[in-house]
Design a protein. Structure first.
Length: 207
């Protein structure tokens, strides 16, 4: 498995753009991974950041950023309305986040990116991978939401490009490239929040 498709996020909040860049590199070896793209994508797709808000990228906006780069996108969502509202206790901030989430959704639909409302499993993601799509999947650790790229799977293991290198835990680049995660654990990781929300952005070449 190629390792030149890996790109480490350079901030705590740009996992989504880093994952999209890695998916683009997996589909097009000639694509050059550049930090300018990391922040260009983030600027297009980030949620409102208001001090205690969520600075990362929500599914509709990140999917639209991918589609605007000439890619074929499938968006699988389950219980993702009001996805990141737990990040803020201020109702005024929550209201703005909800407004922008609705704006992202209507903007995506206007551009032809409609989401499929479905709960998905590892077999669905594996089939999508075999069909030529690169799955970018929302994972969770408590209220921390985090995007990862699935590179491949085998009977027991999911292999991901983990964009965040945790230097405080002495992680190195080699630890995060094609990182192996047991399927049982990964099934738990792809359920976010109290409502077991799920989100996957399947990125492929336009046909």
């Amino acid at each position: 498995m190629r390792t030149d498709t890996y790109y480490a996020q350079t901030t705590e909040f740009t996992c989504g753009p880093a994952c999209l860049m890695m998916a683009m590199k997996m589909l097009d070896p000639g694509y050059v991974l550049r930090r300018e793209d990391e922040f260009s994508i983030w600027r297009e797709a980030n949620s409102i950041f208001m001090g205690d808000g969520h600075p990362g990228c929500a599914p509709h906006a990140l999917g639209l950023a991918a589609m605007n780069r000439g890619l074929d996108i499938q968006l699988w969502l389950w219980n993702t309305d009001d996805l990141f509202s737990d990040w803020t206790r201020k109702q005024s901030h929550k209201n703005i986040m909800l407004m922008m989430e609705g704006h992202d959704k209507s903007r995506a639909e206007k551009e032809g990116l409609s989401a499929e409302n479905r709960r998905f499993g590892l077999s669905d993601l594996q089939l999508a991978r075999k069909e030529g799509y690169v799955p970018i999947v929302l994972t969770a650790d408590g209220i921390e939401a985090h995007w990862m790229v699935i590179t491949h799977m085998d009977t027991d293991t999911v292999y991901v490009h983990e964009p965040f290198i945790d230097v405080e835990e002495n992680q190195q680049l080699a630890d995060c490239v094609n990182m192996p995660i047991a399927q049982k654990k990964f099934r738990e990781m792809i359920r976010y929040g109290r409502r077991d929300a799920q989100a996957a952005i399947l990125v492929g070449l336009r046909r």
